[in-house]
Design a protein around this ligand. Sequence first.
Ligand SMILES: NC(=O)c1ccc[n+]([C@@H]2O[C@H](COP(=O)([O-])OP(=O)(O)OC[C@H]3O[C@@H](n4cnc5c(N)ncnc54)[C@H](O)[C@@H]3O)[C@@H](O)[C@H]2O)c1
Length: 335
Amino acid sequence: MKKKIFITGVAGFLGSHLAEALIELGHHVVGCDNLIGGYLDNVPAEVEFYQYDCNFLNSMKKITKDVDIVYHCAAAAYEGLSVFSPYYINKNVQQNTASVLSAAISNNVKRFVFTSSMARYGENQIPFTEDMTPKPQDPYGIGKYASEQLIKNLCEIHGMEYVIAVPHNIIGPRQKYDDPYRNVASIMINLMLQGKQPIIYGNGEQKRCFSFIQDCLQCLIKLGFQDDVAGETINIGPDEEFVTINELAYTIGRLLDFKIKPRYFKDRPQEVFLANCSANKARKLLGYKTEYSLEKGLKEMIDWIKKRGVKPFKYHIDLEIVNELTPKTWKNRLF
Ligand SMILES: NC(=O)c1ccc[n+]([C@@H]2O[C@H](COP(=O)([O-])OP(=O)(O)OC[C@H]3O[C@@H](n4cnc5c(N)ncnc54)[C@H](O)[C@@H]3O)[C@@H](O)[C@H]2O)c1
């Protein structure tokens, strides 16, 4: 049955893909974005779009009228930066969640799907599983975990269904690539296409799994519709191809036929060395499986960035705390 679905952060990477897929399924999608991230041209034409900030409670109350499902994707999703701009991150992670949540509850929305983050797990042992006690260790992870608690608490009191998605390192076209603070693979592609060497923090041996957007979309959609996932927290992303940041850089270099000699900088404070989530629960409950290898996903990203055109990096967020721990790459604008 056709539903009215509200997506926050619809000009962003996940939000815009989700909107496109839900429209294809015949749903009516309303979306908002304040454009502090994302790109306006990411928003599919069929979306009823509002350039609103989620922190405007009255606007959220108007926009969530008669909505069946909310996908709350809007966030300043900056883990490393959150240590240096905590006020900005908190406002656009935790505070904006309180606003959208309050509006959704007051309008009797049926289900609230929240995109949390792997940052909630912090220093836990890998692979991270959903039953672990979160140990976030930076303001972004803390804000995501606090938002989850807020959602559970208010949804249980007021009787709204909720699902917590825990996406991790999802990559693909439409991801912001001119942002010096986030999206390592997109940044590396944008740099190399400009003939510039990639920047790596630490020795580059920190490991991550990268998931391609098309492999994650069906899971995210099911979180809004499937009865048996209400109240669940589910990791969204693969546990295959655990690669180092060095390997990522060399793979991109090979695909672009670019001879790389990475520029290494001091590691960023609080960055977790090994981060990898188990996908077992998503496989079991959502039928999750991967079709994209890292290389295949990177090729699609390269094609998209080439088509859209390389861009200079924009330092669009102020550093609130500048001291000896602040990465030189940001202080001295080295991208
Ligand atoms: N992409 C990933 O790998 C990943 C991993 C873990 C978690 N997540 C989470 O998934 C969500 C989407 O991530 P993404 O990669 O698409 O990020 P994104 O930056 O591409 O999209 C987020 C969008 O939210 C908007 N936004 C931010 N604050 C807002 C506010 N106060 N009001 C209105 N709009 C606002 C931004 O302008 C941006 O367009 C985020 O909540 C993020 O924390 C993503």
